[in-house]
Design a protein around this ligand. Structure first.
Ligand code: C5P
Length: 218
């Protein structure tokens, strides 16, 4: 059988991780897993039903659609609902809870068991898949990330300006980097990619080349 690897892509908010990961997965015919979407789904569930539901996560059904982009919460397509400002503004706090991380990390590890997965998030290289064959840490300045995110939000029809988005990104990074459990940090063996001045195809190509080199080994 053809050898497969796991690819872990971490980095701060709006660094372009999901766009790149999705493209890399498509090129390699791998499964793409957006772990941020899973934390957002749990956050949406807590906003709708109250914080008490965090104690009963085992009853929660979170699944990805076959297109690799939609996400279902107890059978409902919540792909758009998890991207609202309300969810974005609460997700880092919910993600810092031990019960939430325990539940989602174990689910993510199960998904990646058979390899052939590109997974993006904050703690993939350090906690979820410490044995991943390829680890990438993507970074870009907050200003550049906010500009990229503004374009996406406008396309989605959100009424938001650059200054608000920059503040939101800086606040979220701060919470994600300074939480007690699995904070966002570059794994010691991750390749650092500063994408501030790189195009999407350039970043994609670089990761594909590293993956191909690893697949050619042994
Ligand atoms: O990737 P995205 O920006 O959608 O992630 C939303 C939030 O989910 C992050 O700001 C972070 O708080 C949380 N997250 C996490 N661990 C991951 C992925 C996301 O804590 N592996």
């Amino acid at each position: 059988m053809k050898k497969k690897i796991n690819i872990a892509i971490d980095g701060p908010a709006a660094a372009g991780k999901s766009t790149i990961s999705r493209r890399v997965a498509q090129r390699m015919a791998y499964i793409y897993i957006d772990t941020g979407a899973m934390y957002r789904a749990v956050t949406l569930h807590a906003i709708r039903n109250g914080r008490g539901v965090i104690d009963q996560l085992d009853d929660l059904d979170i699944r990805f659609g076959t297109d690799g982009t939609s996400i279902y919460l107890n059978g409902e397509d919540v792909s758009a609902d998890i991207r609202t400002q309300e969810v974005t503004n609460n997700v880092s706090e919910i993600s810092s809870l031990a019960e939430v991380r325990r539940y989602l990390v174990s689910m993510q590890q199960k998904i990646a068991e058979d390899k052939g997965v590109v997974m993006d998030g904050r703690d993939i290289g350090t906690t979820v898949l410490p044995e991943a064959e390829l680890k990438v840490y993507m970074k870009a300045s907050p200003e550049i990330r906010a500009k990229r995110r503004l374009k996406e939000e406008k396309e989605r029809g959100t009424d938001i300006d650059l200054a608000t988005l920059t503040d939101q990104i800086i606040r979220r990074d701060d919470l994600d980097m300074n939480r007690e459990i699995s904070p966002l940090i570059k794994a010691h063996d991750a390749v650092l990619l500063d994408t501030s001045h790189m195009s999407i195809p350039e970043v994609e190509e670089k990761i594909i080349r590293m993956a191909e080199d690893l697949l050619r080994e042994d």
